[in-house]
Design a protein around this ligand. Sequence first.
Ligand code: MN
Length: 725
Amino acid sequence: MIRITDILDKASNYMNQSELALIEKAYVYSASAHAGQFRLSGEPYLSHPLEVSNILVDLRLDAPTVASGLLHDTVEDTRVTIEDIQNNFGQEVADIVDGVTKIGKMTFESKQTAQAENIRKMILAMAKDLRVILVKLADRLHNMRTLEFQNPIKRRLISQETLEIYSPISHRLGLYKIKVELDDLSLKYLKPDVYNRISNWIKQHRLLGKDYVKKVISKLEQILEQNNIKGRVSGRQKHIYSIYQKMKKQRLPLDQVYDLIAFRIIVETIKDCYTTLGIVHSKWPPVPGRFKDYISMPKPNMYQSLHTTVIGPDGEQIEIQIRTEKMHYIAEYGVAAHWKYKDKKIINPKDEKRFSWLRQILDWERDLKDPKEFIQSLKIDLFEDEVYVFTPNRDVLALPQGATPVDFAYMIHSEVGDRCVGAKVNGKLVPLDTKLKNGDLVEIITNPNHKPSRDWLKFVKTAKAKARIRHWIKTEERATSISLAKEILEKEAKKLGINLQKELKKGTLEKVAEEFSYKTVEDLLVAVGYAKLTPKQVLNRLIQGEAKKPDSIKNKIAKNTSQQEAKGTDEERKEGVVIRGAKNMLIRYAKCCQPVKGDPIVGYISRGRGIIIHTSDCPNVKNLEPHRLVEVTWAGEDNKTYTATIKIISKNQKGALALIAKSLSDEGINILSGSFDTKVDNTTEMFFQIEIDSSEHLYSTLEKLSKLPPVIEAIRTTGEIPKIN
Ligand code: MN
């Protein structure tokens, strides 16, 4: 078991006394919290946090990170709370420990690979501070190193998760050493036979190849010397997992995987890198298609190097990497390396948007003098444009930032979206416009009879949800207009003694539709519903098509039509076209509640009288057949006016009426009619029917009226003006 003194020793190379004191304090605290606990290996539990902080100190991370490594399991596994950590170690350490604890609570085991990318992003998004990830990776690395003490099922699950989630994360952060170890350990538990075969083979090969490696190294050293380039050369065995991948990818048996050894030349300057490459290529022929210039085009994880494969002295393929000292350090330690190399400039390439945040960090870093500020700059939203949430099956869905349960429902399935009536987030019922947060567990409550709401368009964020809701509205409007058209036609037909149902069955309407150039009867009905055709026009054609009809009916039609046409469809339509949900349909306003623009309203498909608009709170709505109610809202601007009735109680004094009338006219309101009644208590009750353009205007006017000296009360009322005289 590693001792705290070893860790403090290493840390003292780059930390001051107060930083070391923080680590020591964290050690004492962790030791007492974990006292009496043991790991499956039989070791005291404390050995785990110690090893984790040792890994962090090897990465030369700062004191709060190393302290967090020591404390990372206290909240999860002991009675210590996050508040305790905050009180003893401050907000910074508490935030890191809290982040690690939260990620630890999520289980991603046994999920399909397709989910892995979302899970990785979710972890990164939840972390908010890269140091959380660094502690989590150190934690996972030590757990993998001691995985043999777990039961076989757990071993597989944890290895799978490591391979799919944590190894790629460490790769993206450029933590190459950690990635290699996580990969190899995962393979060891997932495919023990393959792992053993490769590792045994490497041991033999290493012995056989020793002279060969020496030979290549000394040749490369010679090349450097002859050309006055300062540098060092090393030969590195490829790690087991990468050999396994190579075998899989190239479908090669183990003994045909040639480039098992990668040679590395580390020189002083970028210029030396290219010079060295040129000389190597002139000595040994390069294998076509294997040269990669990651210096001018760095990888998203900041990796820089020249890669080439050449035909070596014995005719074997050898892979050579050429890089500077600094590139080498970054390649080995990734993000962590920037604590050491913070003054050097990094090339800013254009590729890969997704991980540009990493380069952003580096860009900011150039302007930052204080390394503390650099740590602050790691506290960024890694994927600020997306939010990651769990389904009840523990799948992770990626949604745009600001997405709501309705977006989530449509993402699951269109049907789920259409029928969504409610949602639970983390077990609690929430409004459908709630903005989802990273890590939320979302459940959708559906009702098979429920339909999407136009209001959803106000808050949904995904294109899919928007498209589906719009599609539904269109379909619904069409259906409404069809049933509306049927009602109107039926009513008109009855007047003419025509049985529309019969005609529909006979198919006569199909001919009429054709004559008006509509493809189907439905399209014809839609046209009537949207008032593109009048019922008369349709019925006229219907009759004309029926030569057999007795004259009396024809006459009746002619008479009826001319009458109606004289009055014009105007009467029917003058109130129309202002309502969404009943666009271009025949609309009337209910007399009982006199809706005014701005009022919450509901539409009722009447029998043959178009859509009647009531205010939502109109008492009569309750008595209407619910299946005939349609959702409607006021459409954009228009210059229409509405009729409203107001009631004013005023003191019975001279000039009161004139004052009120003037006030109304000042507001630009037209008075249609009025009535007055003097009461015994010496007040006057007045009713005015007025023309008004919106409910807002109505209410602001009422407020002004009620402030007039003689006025006691001014309210809106509905219905007919009482006949008093
Ligand atoms: Mn742990």
